[in-house]
Design a protein around this ligand. Sequence first.
Ligand code: ATP
Length: 292
Amino acid sequence: MITATNLSKRYGNNLALDQVSFTIQAGESVALWGANGAGKTTTLRCLLGLQGFDGDLSVNGLDVRRSSKAARAAIGYVPQETVFYDMTITETLHFYARLKKVSADRIPAALEQVQLTGHAAKRVSMLSGGMKQRLALAVALLADPPILVLDEPTANLDVKAQRDFIHAIQTLNQSGKTIVFSSHRLDEVVALASRVLVLTDGRLTLDCQPNELAHKLGLHRWLRIWVPAQHRDDSLRVLNEQGFVLMPNGHSVYVQVNLGAKIAPLRSLELARIPVEDFDFVDGDFVEGSHD
Ligand code: ATP
């Protein structure tokens, strides 16, 4: 669906992308991971045909340089922040349908796909951040493109809005859309991606599964938990069943946690009604035997 071969982009002396090559198959959901300035946005801008580049890039079988308009038409783009005129949701979608030369018949389906059907008469100024982001997604879906490209999709949303938005994207992915998004949030990547491409200073340094990312990049920390002796076996069983990596140690247990979900084991114990006496985070990489 997308093939980049030796993709490079230079801004003056700054090499923002350096010989980046990857292939994304139809139906995949791929995260571009990297620190600020790593080259994520530049990669997305190349996909969208918004800037020149060296190397080769094809989208939906079309050469982005030679057939930029047709290649761009295969992509629905959700920018990090969208500014809308203060119209109602329906008026906004009619406005964009005219701009994109898409039939207004597509509007009800797009509203449904982002769960905004019941809010269609609301003005944009009355919408929460999460609803505005879903409206931006509806705009991207108007032409029913096979590919969705999203720039840090949940960066500005609260927890509930993040969950709703991730759910909407998951459903679109399950219905066959190919998803490409930039992110530096581990929880978002684990929830949404089937594969992660890691960019470091413009180079592609890792291509891995989301559940390998934290380990490979050293993003794990350890949470040390103390439970009363009579609940110890139960606590190990519950944490084990939840898939946590455990290291029992004397009266306590070390549990491996991701930086984006540090208290998840405590929540699992609470749900199982197992009391916690105390807990502590262990900074740095934990080496077995280095803590008593
Ligand atoms: P962020 O998370 O901050 O958006 P990013 O991974 O998306 O980071 P890019 O925005 O792609 O990174 O930037 C990659 C490099 O290219 C950076 O060094 C950046 O300063 C530089 N850069 C990006 N756009 C331009 C531009 N229009 N002119 C000059 N340099 C640019």
